[in-house]
Design a protein around this ligand. Sequence first.
Ligand code: NAD
Ligand code: TYD
Length: 350
Amino acid sequence: MRNLLVTGGCGFIGTNFIRHLLRRNDFLGRIVNVDLLTYAGNPENLADLAETHVARYQFVKADICDRSAMEEVFDTHRIDTVCHFAAESHVDRSIVGPAAFIRTNILGTFTLLEICRERHADIHRFHHVSTDEVYGSLGAEGLFTETTAYDPSSPYSASKAGSDHLVRAYQRTYDLPVTLSNCSNNYGPYQFPEKLIPLMILNAREGKPLPVYGDGKNVRDWLYVEDHCAAIWQVLQAGRCGETYNVGGRCEMENLQVVETICDRLDLLVPPTGDARRNLITFVADRPGHDRRYAIDCSKIETELDWQPQESFASGIEKTIQWYLDNVEWVARVRSGAYREWIATHYGDD
Ligand code: NAD
Ligand code: TYD
């Protein structure tokens, strides 16, 4: 792996992944990060790398659906490995505006696969980062395995399911060396504050209402983002072509439990001026098609690739809360969209 293309590297997981790789002693290659810089992509997350890792890191602003722009990236940088994160990723947005999800998640993945098909001999690996949401909802019992039938509920998960099928089809039909990972809900630094955990941390810190959908008993299996990054690295290194690896935190929690944990931890770190923060919890209308429970059986990646999550929810949420408390400027700029001026200055406004 000499020239690694990371798509969507200015988003939450991509940012953590690029930083993770550049800290590792066993990754010696170059990274080209292609990102369109949508509302979710913040190039300031990695701006320091242009100076600290000038020979090993390069950013290109481009749309993964733009065939000629992407071909130029592959040819200019002699890409031999792809780690594909770029996507529209928020379920609530997919409910109000599904079109962008179909475009980026399906057409964007198809465009990359076609470019790799044409350059088959040069491509050592195409790794596709996906989600456990493709499997739909679990009842009270059971876990998602790699052979669970797909049954997506939202336009987001349906678009990811479509992209997963395309990736597998390119392996079966064209023998493209692909791997897939389907992981559970991530949390940690740099997550855009529309997702549950950062939204709750910031609202709770500011004494704003904490909107919990439905009865708050929906279950998610929380995975600290650094554990996810380590899992992807293992799959890139040692995963078998054509295989899917489920990645989870072995950490099932009801949403209400998550929000209460954040409230209690914040009360200790930043004592509230009035009532305990749990009083800010407000039950609101449920999300349409809201999956009840996700939980991952990650025994395949544990046994085959010797990966295990290192963080418990207690340790991961502590680090995450502290990161958001320590990075108020990042939060302010992301929320106000101020970093978009920075994008306009550096990459032009379009
Ligand atoms: P994110 O929304 O934070 O980041 C997505 C990035 O993709 C952004 O930087 C955005 O600018 C970029 N992007 C969007 N459209 C693009 C396009 N057309 N061309 C180029 N770049 C584009 O998402 P995330 O949470 O970092 O998720 C990354 C990947 O992991 C996604 O594929 C997502 O489906 C998957 N995933 C995420 C989670 C999670 O909990 N966050 C869980 C499972 C799987
Ligand atoms: P989210 O972070 O949007 O991730 P996903 O939908 O991909 O699982 O939501 C996590 C859970 O939290 C999900 O069950 C929906 C719920 N939720 C709320 O209750 N309130 C909120 O404001 C948000 C954003 C999510």
